[in-house]
Structures are given as C-alpha cells and as structure tokens.
Design a protein around this ligand. Structure first.
Ligand code: AFD
Ligand code: MN
Ligand code: MN
Length: 399
C-alpha cells in the first residue's frame, strides 16, 4: 500500500505545518577536515552573509526560521554584537536560534574546558558559558547548546572521576545563571578530538550531567555522534520517556562524526527516530518539545544546496513517520504479529510523500521544489559575483 490516501495526506500536511528545523551558521562557511579545506567561491565569511544564506534557505523551504549561532565565530565582542545580530535578524527575517559557546578552540582548552585539571581554565570556560547565557538573553534565544571536546588521548593521563566532578560543578553553576525560559542542552560524542576518553561520551553521561545540573538542562542528540552499531532511536525513546530529550543536531555519518547531509547514508534510521517521536506523541497525547537543528558542514557539496537538501530530506522523513498507523501497530505489537508490526513501519517508509509535500508547499505559497527554485533564483550567481572567490581567513568552524 504505497499510494497516498486522503488520511495520509491529512497526516502529512499537519506534520509539515508543525515541523521547523534550525540552520547552523557554521554550515554556510568554509569548513574542512583536519586534512584540509576546499574553499567555495561564495561561502559565507561574515555573520551577515550567514544570515543572508540562511534566509535564502528559509525563503525556498519556509521551515527554517532560526539560525544557530556560534559565539566565537559569530559574535565579535560578546553581547555588544547581539544588537548587530538583532538588526540582521530583522533585515533577513531569520531569528537567532541556539547559542553555541566555543569551548574547544582556544589554546587554554588543550587539556579540556570545564573538565580541565587547571582550575583557572575551568573558571575561564565557565565565564565563557556565562557570557553565552547573557548573549542568549540578549538575542532572546531559549537554548545554550553545549558541546565539550574535553577528554584525553592516552591512558593514565587524566583522572576521569575528577573530571566528571569538575564538569558536574561547572554545569550546576551555569544552570544557576539561566533565565526561567532558557535551557542548557548537553551534547555527547563518543570520540574526536579526544581519542582515548571523552568526558561526555554517551547519552548516559550527558543524561547524568543534565540531571545533576538542574531541571532546565536536557540532552542533545547529534545523530553523527554514535558508533555505527548504535540504536539511536532506542536512545531517543528513552530520553523522551524520561522527559530529557532537548533536541537534535541532524547530519549523517558512515563511520564517525562525518557531518554528511541528513539521510545521505541511512534515511531509514532517521525515519525510525522520527517514528519513535511520533509514537511517543500518539501514546501520550502530548507534543514533544524538541529543538530540531541541523549540524553539518559540507566540505564538498555546495553549501546552500546541501542545506536545502538536508531540510527537504528531514521534511520527507518526518512526513513518512507521521503516516505510520499507530493504532494498528500497537495491536500487532500486543499480539506479537511481528511481520505485520514491522510492515506498519515499512509500508509508511515506502510511501512516496513527495507529491503531497509539493502540494503542501504550493498551498502555503512556497516553491514546490525548493532546490530548483534556489537554482532558478540566481542567488548563488549573485553572491559569487558579490563575494568573489576571495581567499579568506575563515571565521567559521575548524579554522
Ligand atoms: C562539531 C562537534 C559538535 C558540535 C558542532 C558545533 O562535533 O557536533 O555540536 O561542532 O559546535 O560538529
Ligand atoms: Mn553537534
Ligand atoms: Mn559533531
């Protein structure tokens, strides 16, 4: 049953009406791997160019109203440039989204930030988080999104338990500075850049740190931050059930934190993640309050096209998950009808929802095919002419 029914169209349209996804400022700038970068002629190198590019993605998709900002790469001098960001938001129609402190690039963070054995470094890291919370207040951002590269490269070089205690203390103190509507999102990652141990290496550690920090701290699931054998949707189901799922950083990976475009390697996994969320909402009759965010940096694909591709792929997989027949599935699960239960998912995943999505877009005054609309707009040609192929000191990630 791969044809769309009226009910499925209704489910797809209502899912699309509520699906919003945040873009990462750093995804529009030149980035690379530790082996080098391949510069792109018109890659954004200023905060204004990032807002402009994000606004173009939002213009053709209509579902990206916010832009995640990275403090060191996007704010020159702390909160004073928050006013500049506010002006850009007004000009381009994209609001500041989550605020991402940078706790990994400064030389002082060689042996970690909040987990550093040097108390002065820990205090400096906490001061930066505190500044980031103040910036979030100035930009009216709800989320301060924390990723720590903290860890070590060799056995015996660090005391894992002491580092745990220092990070716990730092997060508690940061949490105490939050305004009532703000959240700390604690992100985990199994390795990289640390290669022996990472202080927040999995969802259990992130959960423990978030819980000990306070009620406004939640876990952030970056889909690229898992070993290839890990069952991410099981982690999502647990965090949902515990009320501790703050949001996602979406990307795809084949081997590690490859930051590939969403669904490029395993779209079925992303569908299963969205299914667990949809099933939770069906089971509980509540809407999960989740921040859907992109976190990827395209070293090879054209930056803006790849971002559009990720957004439209996310919409497709979210729409497919919305048409799973949860009532029938629950019955099959209860009576052990394995094949029928599994086919509830596989049938939904098999439905080509693209025609319905195109109709939804047209009904909302949006281009039916965002990527074609972008290519026909001439935006890329205009920014290449304007920005030229200047070789810039990148102000973005992995500079
Ligand atoms: C890197 C890290 C992590 C973080 C992102 C933005 O692996 O995913 O969220 O940079 O700082 O991708
Ligand atoms: Mn991330
Ligand atoms: Mn990452």
């Amino acid at each position: 049953m791969a044809l769309m029914t009226d009910l499925q169209t209704e489910l797809v349209w209502s899912a699309l009406d509520r699906f919003r996804i945040e873009l990462p400022s750093w995804g529009f700038a030149d980035t690379g791997t530790r082996f080098g970068k391949f510069y792109q002629a018109a890659a954004a190198s200023t905060i204004e160019e990032k807002f402009s590019d994000a606004a173009e993605v939002n213009r053709v998709t209509g579902v990206c109203p916010t832009l995640a900002l990275h403090v060191l790469w996007d704010f020159r001098e702390g909160t004073s440039s928050a006013a500049e960001v506010g002006a850009l938001a007004a000009r381009y129609g994209v609001r500041p989204g989550s605020i991402n402190p940078n706790l990994f690039q400064d030389q002082i963070y060689k042996f970690g930030s909040l987990g550093n054995p040097d108390a002065h470094v820990r205090e400096a890291a906490l001061a930066h988080i505190s500044d980031s919370i103040a910036i979030a207040s100035a930009t009216e951002s709800r989320d301060i999104s924390l990723w720590f590269a903290d860890g070590s490269n060799y056995p015996g070089t660090q005391n894992i338990r002491h580092r745990k205690a220092w990070i716990e203390d730092g997060l508690k103190r940061a949490h105490a500075e939050l305004a009532s509507e703000q959240r700390l999102l604690v992100e985990y990652k199994p390795f990289e850049p640390a290669f022996y141990h990472t202080d927040i290496a999995d969802w259990g550690m992130a959960l423990e740190f978030a819980r000990s920090a306070g009620p406004q701290a939640k876990v952030l699931v970056d889909t690229g931050h898992h070993y290839s054998s890990q069952n991410i949707e099981q982690i999502v189901a647990w965090l949902l059930d515990l009320g501790m799922l703050g949001g996602f950083h979406f990307n795809d990976r084949r081997y590690a934190d490859d930051d590939l475009t969403l669904g490029s390697i395993d779209p079925y996994q992303v569908f299963r993640i969205f299914h667990e969320i949809a099933l939770y909402e069906w089971d509980t009759g509540t809407r999960a309050d989740i921040a859907y965010m992109v976190d990827q940096s395209h070293n090879l694909k054209p930056k803006i096209e790849a971002m559009i591709q990720t957004v439209t792929t996310a919409q497709e997989l979210f729409a497919k998950a919305a048409i799973v027949d949860h009532g029938t599935l629950s019955r099959y699960q209860k009576n052990g009808s394995l094949m029928d239960a599994e086919n509830c998912l596989k049938d939904a995943f098999a439905v080509d929802v693209r025609p319905m999505i195109e109709q939804w877009r047209v009904s909302r005054g949006l281009p039916a095919r965002p990527l074609s609309a972008f290519r026909e707009s001439g935006y890329q040609q205009r920014i290449e002419a304007k920005r030229g192929s200047r070789r810039r000191e990148t102000v973005s990630a992995y500079a």
